[in-house]
Design a protein around this ligand. Structure first.
Ligand SMILES: Nc1ncnc2c1ncn2[C@@H]1O[C@H](COP(=O)(O)OP(=O)(O)OP(=O)(O)O)[C@@H](O)[C@H]1O
Length: 476
């Protein structure tokens, strides 16, 4: 619109052009045909963090060389003489789509560029929406997996066996603490059932519809810890990997061993439990609604005396410290647990295996250093190995265990070759497995070994006199 076409307006638009540009929501950046900055508006200042006063007159080549601007649309236009569009990020952390356009000298078919105008449209918000969308998609996937897990569990038996007086007493307390939302410490030896209790508490709490997730700090490398817990955004792939704590939102996290929480995370955990929020390294605050249950092989008193865990954390856990006692101290659980795991096996395989009287007796007398976990493994192994429906002492492989573990408990002799004892035990398991299956692959499989390891070890044990020589034929 030329000056003459102004119509009835009482002013000339051209006189107010700068005010109009200043009020544009998009950033505007104009250079002359040699890339010297001649104008930038207020929006550009806000998006880029660069001030008009320091930019006017400065040359784009110089700005790029000094790293003030990462990528110049202006220079691209001056080189190609064509419009240029690209995504750009600024030191303010904002992102934008920039479109640089050459303006040619007035007059027919002029090829002289007189200026380059760059329009900067901020997309930080779109970017964060895109990020949020990815996060939500990931969350959905996690929920789906959790639903599948629950469905899987519902088809198997996930209940807890508690027949001994000590177990019943513990279960009474556990049922009550399920209803409150406090942090809980479960102490007890390896394999006693701490995690099982934690899961029970979760399933019987108001959080049961959400996830129950376990964290084992000893297996997460320190450098990956924050990303693992709070999520990580991979700039390169544009993928967002959700943090474990986000995945447990509204659910429960179970810390497998409280004494293994790295020092630098203890304050974060404290904030999480106390405030339901954590301040991350970059200053951002994450609100998180999770219940924390922790397991430990140490009692609360032992943890306190060790001084490796922040005292305030221990004070919080000291409201509900629960002890899961070793299996040998709740003998009346042993037979029900044996039956429970054997039933699970029978349901799965359609078999009808049963322990005979002698087996029950041996297993009742055994002192179960590996607790319920050891019992569960033993049942599974015996059920697979026994050729008949009745499982007898010969299928238990426990004499060696008793011999081995009772030796362990005695005063150690001056010279005690632990390696040899372990080799002897392994050789005897392998021998029995082979006797049953008469097939290296099946025997190896039943012991959780691969065939080549089985063969290699058998040759070694035969040489060492720990296994009977079978000759080459049998080794096939
Ligand atoms: N009372 C129980 N009834 C049924 N199954 C149980 C019971 N206690 C433990 N189990 C089962 O025994 C196995 C070991 O239990 P769990 O993993 O809970 O022990 P843990 O004390 O957490 O062990 P760790 O300290 O080694 O992590 C699991 O498969 C669990 O499901």
């Amino acid at each position: 619109m030329g000056k003459g076409e102004q119509g009835n307006f009482p002013f000339l638009i051209q006189d107010y052009l700068e005010a109009i540009l200043e009020n544009f929501h998009d950033g505007i950046y104009i250079t002359d045909n040699e890339a010297n900055t001649v104008y930038l508006n207020h929006s550009y200042e806000l998006i880029s963090g660069l001030l008009k006063s320091e930019m006017i007159g400065r040359n784009m080549k110089d700005l790029v060389a000094r790293g003030v601007i990462s990528r110049s649309g202006t220079l691209a236009v001056l080189e190609t003489r064509d419009t240029f569009t690209a995504e750009q990020s600024f030191r303010t952390g904002k992102r934008a789509i920039i479109t640089s356009t050459p303006i040619f000298e007035e007059g027919n078919n002029s090829e002289n560029i007189i200026m380059v105008v760059t329009i900067v449209r901020e997309i930080t918000e779109i970017y964060s929406i895109r990020r949020e969308l990815r996060r939500k998609e990931q969350l959905n996937r996690t929920y789906l997996q959790e639903v599948e897990r629950i469905q899987r569990e519902m088809t198997g038996n996930t209940e807890i066996v508690a027949v001994d007086k000590k177990s019943i007493g513990l279960m009474r307390v556990v049922e009550r603490v399920s209803m409150v939302d406090n942090p809980i410490l479960l102490s007890g030896d390896n394999g006693v059932g701490k995690e099982k209790m934690a899961e029970f508490i979760h399933k019987h709490s108001e959080r049961s519809e959400f996830s129950f997730l376990r964290i084992n700090f000893s297996v997460i490398p320190e450098a990956e810890l924050m990303g693992y817990l709070f999520g990580i955004y991979d700039e390169k792939s544009g993928e967002y990997r959700m943090g474990m704590l986000e995945s447990a939102e509204r659910g429960t996290i179970y810390i497998e061993e409280l004494s293994e929480i790295p020092l630098k995370l203890q304050i974060v955990l404290l904030e999480l439990i106390r405030e339901g929020a954590c301040v991350l390294g970059d200053g951002t605050v994450r609100k998180l609604n999770v219940r924390v249950i922790a397991g430990s092989v140490y009692s609360l008193e032992e943890l306190k005396s060790k001084s490796i865990i922040n005292r305030e954390i221990l004070d919080i856990f000291s409201l509900f410290p629960l002890e899961v006692v070793p299996l040998r101290e709740r003998k009346e659980d042993i037979v029900p647990l044996l039956d429970f795991f054997l039933n699970q096996h029978n349901k799965k395989t359609g078999e009808n295996k049963k322990f005979d009287r002698d087996s029950y007796k041996i297993l009742l007398d055994y002192h179960w250093p590996g607790n319920v976990l050891e019992l569960k493994n033993l049942v599974q192994r015996a059920a697979i190995i026994s050729p008949e429906d009745i499982i007898g002492p010969q299928d238990l492989f426990i004499e060696e265990n008793i011999e081995f573990t009772s030796k362990r408990q005695e005063e150690l002799p001056e010279k005690y070759d632990l390696k040899e004892e372990i080799a002897r035990l392994e050789a005897s398991y392998m021998e029995k497995a082979f006797k049953k299956y008469r097939n290296t692959r099946l025997a190896a499989e039943s012991l959780g070994m691969d065939s080549s390891t089985f063969v290699r070890k058998r040759q070694k044990y035969e040489k060492a006199g720990l296994m009977k020589e079978r000759g080459k034929k049998a080794l096939k």
